[in-house]
Design a protein around this ligand. Structure first.
Ligand SMILES: [Mg+2]
Length: 222
């Protein structure tokens, strides 16, 4: 690859294993209530973080036969937002891989949907943003993926142009469709699924692979 590419990297389930962390937390919550079998219910209801937190809080409290008064729902929202962060880990070997890329002159930035406080805790816990030139969190800029505007904001802040920039992520809509609409090349992390099962066949990513490390290697091989 020529020039100094800019890679915009999604955070959850691209750099860090948010799904694994949330599943661990769900297991503990279910066990706390003597309902181990309901951990899978919580994970399904979460829809990979897409369910609004107040909706998920009320759903889980209802399932477990707990109070659903506003104060209890609010406390549950806090638990859902923050407790799983204690289990968030960077994918194996990825931090070291990013160090090498940064040393080679690849410009890296995080572009993540989510609350600033929650995503900030993940960054402080993992240090994954140490070699990033920038971190853009949707709540902080008032617009979220797949809205084209957040990609433009990220490009402006990092001083990148669409032709030299990739959006790397696991979400077919937020990362791939959004990045594509913004004129970026896109790299999709499938985690064992393939695009034909998950995304729009008429609008595939520029490239795909099972893991983030493999995706990064494919980008740099081009
Ligand atoms: Mg993601």
């Amino acid at each position: 690859m020529t020039g100094r590419p800019l890679l915009l990297l999604d955070l959850d389930n691209t750099l860090v294993d948010r799904a694994g962390a949330f599943a661990q937390w769900a297991g503990l919550f279910a066990a706390e209530h003597g309902r181990e079998d309901d951990a899978a219910f919580i994970v399904a209801a979460d829809r990979n973080g897409h369910t609004p937190r107040p909706v998920l809080a009320a759903t889980v409290l209802g399932r477990f036969g707990l109070d659903t008064d506003p104060a209890t729902v609010e406390r549950m929202v806090d638990r859902l937002l923050y407790e799983h962060v204690d289990f968030v880990e960077v994918y194996d070997g990825l931090a070291e891989h990013l160090e090498v890329l940064a040393d080679d002159g690849v410009r890296l930035a995080i572009l993540s949907n989510g609350p600033v406080e929650q995503q900030g805790r993940k960054l402080r816990r993992t240090g994954i943003d140490r070699r990033m030139v920038d971190t853009v969190i949707s709540e902080g800029v008032g617009v979220k993926k797949p809205d084209e505007r957040i990609f433009r904001i990220a490009l402006e802040r990092a001083g990148g142009d669409p032709a030299g920039t990739w959006m790397v992520g696991d979400d077919p809509v937020n990362d791939v469709a959004g990045g594509r609409a913004a004129g970026l090349r896109t790299a999709w992390v499938g985690h064992g699924t393939v695009w034909s099962e998950r995304g729009d066949a008429a609008a595939p990513p520029t490239l795909e692979a099972a893991t983030t490390r493999e995706v990064l290697d494919l980008i740099l091989d081009r």
